[in-house]
Design a protein around this ligand. Structure first.
Ligand code: HEM
Ligand code: NAG
Ligand code: NAG
Length: 322
């Protein structure tokens, strides 16, 4: 009886030991010091290249930030967005929200090439995207945050998920909230992350319906945007997402929304008599609150669906699997 009881205890103890060793490995474990010994120059290399690219063309900062967003919302932050189409593989670059619109791939290629010389097969493309997004925001005057590292790269991509899960500029507030909720992000995160539209540009086809047909828009702003965006035909003409400080990562985007100067329908939805009006007013009034909420939300977005441990791979070329 006593022997049998202690046998149970022994088995329970062994089970506990087994679980204690297995569980941490199976949980997504990222760490800010992941490359501390395997590639100590990784962070400086990425920062230097991003700074140079943004100095050459400020828009590239926004483009790199958007790449990380479009990566994380499709299969998680796994660099699936970077895979090129080939004869027998379809990636995400041809999806509606990506085609003719995503930029910055060449900067990522340059960074990856440098890192393959410094520390071959070590730094993942997914981590390069996460760090480049942070360094872009910093280069444009925005907040900084500690980037969690150790993501691995996918061997798959999903054109269909890119088409369904990336939010459209025609979305209503409830659709935007649902799209972010599906990724585990709150309403607060959605409004904070949308502040990324304080930099970068959009094509006429993505704001045409708003400037010609909507009524919750400042009339002189609408008129000036119509001048650069014909009602029909060529939809590629660009306008800044934040008219007042187009290349500064500040809180002016929110002041623009309060003034009904949101460029896209989806932008103005954040301040249109709904549940997020208060948060938009807060960010318009407090740059510090926006900066800290944006940084925290970026860390959460960067943790969506990551591959860790021995899942996936570290691609040698971000455009194709090994
Ligand atoms: C809330 C839902 C969102 C919608 C509907 C949306 C939609 C869009 C659209 C349609 C464009 C213009 C693309 C073009 O005309 O080529 C754009 C640009 C941009 N988006 Fe978003 N976006 C959203 C959220 C985000 C988030 C969360 C981020 C990053 C954290 C982001 C970062 C950017 C940046 C920086 C640009 C400018 C890119 C450039 O100039 O190359 N967006 N977005
Ligand atoms: C696609 O084709 C390439 C080159 O012919 C080959 O190496 C690769 O294994 C193929 N990939 C898939 C997913 O079938
Ligand atoms: C504005 O709305 C009208 C009526 O619905 C529509 O015919 C027209 O195509 C819209 N214009 C733009 C630029 O979206």
């Amino acid at each position: 009886m006593a022997a049998e009881y202690s046998g149970h205890r022994c088995r329970h103890f062994l089970l506990f030991l087994a679980l204690a060793t297995i569980l941490p490995a199976s949980r997504a474990q990222l760490s800010p010091t992941f490359y501390g010994s395997s590639c100590p120059a990784a962070l400086l290399t990425i920062r230097t290249a991003v700074r140079a690219a943004v100095a050459l063309d400020a828009r590239t900062g926004g483009s790199l930030l958007r790449l990380h967003f479009h990566d994380c919302f499709v299969q998680g932050c796994d660099a699936s967005v970077l895979l090129d189409d080939t004869g027998n593989f379809t990636g995400e670059k041809g999806a509606g929200p990506n085609a003719g619109s995503l930029r910055g791939f060449g900067v990522i290629d340059t960074i990856k090439a440098l890192l393959e010389v410094l520390c071959p097969r070590t730094v993942s493309c997914a981590d390069i995207l996460a760090v480049a997004a942070r360094d872009s925001v910093v280069a444009l005057g925005g907040p900084s945050w500690t980037v969690q590292l150790g993501r691995r790269d996918s061997t798959t991509a999903s054109l269909s998920t890119a088409n369904t899960d990336l939010p459209s500029p025609a979305s209503s507030l409830s659709t935007l909230l649902a799209a972010f909720a599906r990724k585990g992000l709150s309403s607060t995160d959605m409004v904070a992350l949308s502040g990324a539209h304080t930099v970068g540009q959009a094509q006429c086809q993505n704001f045409r319906a708003r400037i010609y047909n909507e009524t919750n828009i400042d009339p002189s702003f609408a008129a000036s945007r119509r001048a650069g965006c014909p009602a029909t035909g060529g939809g590629g003409a660009l306008a800044p997402l934040d008219a007042s400080t187009p290349n500064a990562f500040d809180n002016a985007y929110y002041g623009g929304l309060v003034a009904q100067r949101g460029l896209m329908h989806s932008d103005q939805q954040l301040f249109s008599g709904g549940s997020t009006d208060g948060q938009v007013r807060s960010y318009a009034a407090s740059p510090a609150q926006f900066r800290s909420d944006f940084a925290a939300a970026m860390v959460r977005m960067g943790g969506i669906g990551v591959l860790t441990g021995s899942s996936g791979q570290v691609r040698r070329n971000c455009r194709r699997m090994n």
